[in-house]
Design a protein around this ligand. Structure first.
Ligand code: S3P
Length: 174
């Protein structure tokens, strides 16, 4: 367990970090924050519009600002992140790192089966081209695995099942 008693959820876009985070909050004492939500409030702009109007590198700079703030200021919190946030260098100092893992096809299927599928795809600029997104997945997955303290395979599990597994594994890890 990290000294600050934080846990951080990493994983590819659409894997279900938000849904699992909501269940963890309901079933534990953790406070919760989401790095994309923080960035949207800081900029008063949607992530999609930051990508379109300011560019991806500006977005990554905002992620760095958030990472530094998390390290200095946050305790006892579940932090859910955008799929690229794991690249921040100080993650280990912030929290115990939990990877939500699933094969690329299953992630895309999960998004497409969602009642709000169109909205979910539209808000994620890096999913606009699924071929490129698959390349990104292949590049990132080994890095996610290398970084994670705990891995949860979310395939065929409900958000509640994932949350239960997460809380059990975090307790053991502590
Ligand atoms: C990104 C993932 C998105 C968001 C941004 C970039 C990425 O978050 O941070 O569009 O680089 O994988 P989700 O993982 O919540 O979709």
């Amino acid at each position: 367990m990290s000294s600050r008693n934080n846990i951080i959820l990493i994983g590819f876009m659409g894997v279900g970090k938000g849904s699992v985070a909501r269940e963890v909050i309901k079933n534990s004492e953790y406070m919760a924050i989401d790095t994309d939500d923080l960035i949207e409030s800081m900029e008063n702009k949607r992530v999609k519009n930051i990508f379109e109007e300011d560019g991806e590198s500006y977005f990554r700079k905002l992620e760095l600002d958030v990472a530094l703030w998390l390290e200095s200021s946050i305790k006892n919190t579940l932090i859910s992140t955008g799929g690229g946030f794991y690249k921040q260098k100080n993650l280990k100092k912030i929290a115990t790192i939990i990877l939500l893992d699933s094969p690329f096809e299953k992630i895309i299927k999960r998004i497409k089966n969602h009642p709000n599928a169109a909205k979910k795809l539209k808000k994620r600029p890096l999913l606009a081209d699924l071929k490129k997104a698959e390349e990104l997945y292949k590049e990132r997955r080994p890095e996610y695995l290398a970084l994670a303290d705990i891995v949860i395979d979310v395939t065929k599990k409900s958000a509640l099942e994932c949350s239960n597994e997460l809380l059990k594994k975090v307790k053991k890890y502590a």
